[in-house]
Write a protein that binds this ligand. Structure first.
Ligand SMILES: Cc1ncc(COP(=O)(O)O)c(C=O)c1O
Length: 493
């Protein structure tokens, strides 16, 4: 078949193709609630669907879309399901998905407002809404990036620019060779992605000074103070809102004045925890955070934006632009105050402002507040229920959406046996949970982050965890063989 016959050109071809894709996508999404979470096909089976010889000729668009969906769907994990609790992943709000489809169809390279005022101003408006919802300094600039890893990278690049400027060194022009030293200080329980950002920026992963944390993973303010006092070098302090296992938020009311006193740049990795600020019930956990200098957060976690979405928020807009701006003779900067390219590493990228604008518009302040409050209440109730089950402990103070679930298992095969419980839960395929390490102990971690997760989903989760534990050879009844355990009671609120 020649290329001219395979390319969808006419109105009917394009409409048919887009409708086919939209209908197939809708069928997938509407089937998600109540469906299994794990991919149904093995990697080997999935490979067979994709692993074709390099195509020598084109094929008909509608055949390809069908082939793609047939090949992919058995290999998808239902991450947008309300019963997905494995990692901190949002539910990909349908309005955002629809806006994202249009974003693809519009085909905008969103770098300049001269070229695409719609992409630029959807982004600018969504940025203003974000600052309002999170109650951060309204003058801060916002870069729309792929996720919190890149948001941390952009914010720390701006921090580097700012701190070097203070000591008269233009790091973006002159680089590190011959530059005076700047220190990075980071909490012991920081997320792995922040170390990647430090690596990309030339600080290196190992050179950051680790600051002690408490039992919940929160930075200890007095330890930070002692570390800052120990050297005169300018410092970038990296804190977090939302520890990946405990959900804990650093004590910003104590940390902000310390950073001010020592003239340090304070950056916050708030991939999900920053959203406590958008919830009336939880905002008290993140008081003082607006006194920081930069904040990284995700759209594709608690805000339920489809992948990929993160926000790099920087108080000092000039430093943000200096660290990121790309200039060339053919890029038109004049007259327009807002060019999305000035705040992110990429020159060409998709117009991430459209889905962000659409999802915030769809949920509104009230919808975001309700969702975060609901998730946190469900997490607390689940923790209370699990704590009543003999042999199960919840190790963290459940103030946000994360739970560290531990089982009364000891001995050299402990990790293997915890994995076996998690495997048993996941094999039943009613929910999905994963393991993580906390204080060098393998635990089961629960993240409640999916927009549509409700009480009945948490009841299923509770039942699955408790039943899998009761079947474990480590359960007190399996070892003592006394009366059977009562049915798991369910979360009631
Ligand atoms: C605290 C924290 N920071 C950073 C990240 C990285 O975010 P992303 O995967 O969106 O790049 C995560 C991801 O879970 C996180 O929980």
């Amino acid at each position: 078949m020649s290329a001219s016959t395979t390319k969808p050109n006419g109105k009917a071809d394009i409409e048919g193709l887009f409708q086919q894709a939209a209908m197939r996508a809708a069928a997938y999404r509407t089937a998600l609630p109540g469906q299994g979470i794990r991919p149904v096909a093995s990697v080997e089976d999935i490979a067979k669907g994709f692993d074709l010889p390099t195509p020598e000729t084109g094929a008909h668009g509608s055949d390809i879309i069908q082939q793609l969906a047939d090949a992919a769907e058995p290999g998808l994990m239902a991450m947008a399901s309300p019963r997905f609790f494995g990692w901190v992943i949002g539910g990909s709000h349908p309005v955002g998905v629809a806006a994202d489809m249009m974003t693809s169809a519009w085909g905008q390279n969103s770098c300049m407002s001269y070229a695409t005022p719609a992409a630029a101003y959807a982004e600018k408006t969504a940025a203003g809404w974000l600052l309002d919802l999170l109650d951060l300094p309204r003058e801060a600039s916002v870069g729309f990036v792929t996720g919190a890893t890149m948001a941390n990278f952009v914010c720390l690049a701006a921090a580097r620019t700012r701190m070097y400027k203070k000591i008269g060194w233009d790091i973006d022009e002159q680089g590190f060779i011959g530059a005076p030293a700047i220190r990075a200080l980071i909490g012991e329980d920081a997320h792995a992605s922040v170390y990647s950002a430090l690596q990309y920026l030339g600080f290196g992963r190992a050179s950051a000074t680790r600051v002690a944390t408490d039992a919940q993973g929160r930075m200890i303010a007095t330890a930070l103070k002692a570390e800052l006092a120990a050297s005169d070098s300018p410092a970038i302090v990296i804190c977090q809102a939302g520890q990946i296992n405990t959900g804990a938020i650093d004590p910003f009311e104590d940390i902000v004045p310390i950073c001010r006193k020592f003239g340090a740049h304070l950056h916050v990795d708030g991939a999900f925890g920053l959203w406590a600020r958008a919830c009336r019930d939880r905002a008290h956990l993140a008081v003082g955070i607006d006194g920081a200098d930069s904040w990284a957060t995700d759209g594709h976690k608690w805000l339920q934006l489809p992948y990929e979405s993160g926000f790099a928020i920087v108080r000092d807009e000039a430093a943000h632009r200096a660290a990121m701006s790309i200039c060339a003779s053919y890029l038109i900067n004049e007259d327009k105050p807002y060019n999305p390219k000035d705040y992110v590493p990429e020159l060409s990228r998709r117009a991430r402002g459209f889905p962000a604008w659409a999802v915030i518009r769809a949920l509104g302040r009230e919808g975001i507040d309700e969702m975060i409050s609901r998730h946190c209440c469900l997490a607390r109730q689940l923790a209370n229920r699990l704590r009543r089950e003999p042999g199960i402990a919840v190790l963290n103070a459940v103030n946000l959406n994360q739970l560290i679930v531990d089982f009364d298992i000891d001995g050299p095969d402990r990790a293997r046996d915890v994995r076996a419980i998690v495997r048993r839960i996941n094999e039943r395929n009613h929910v999905l949970v994963e393991t993580a390490e906390w204080r060098r102990r393998l635990i089961l971690r629960v993240s409640i982050t999916s927009g549509e997760t409700r009480r009945e989903d948490i009841q299923v989760l509770e039942r699955e965890i408790v039943e899998a534990w009761r079947k474990s050879s480590h359960h007190p009844q399996q070892t003592s063989n006394t009366t059977p355990s009562p049915e798991p009671q369910h979360v009631t609120a």
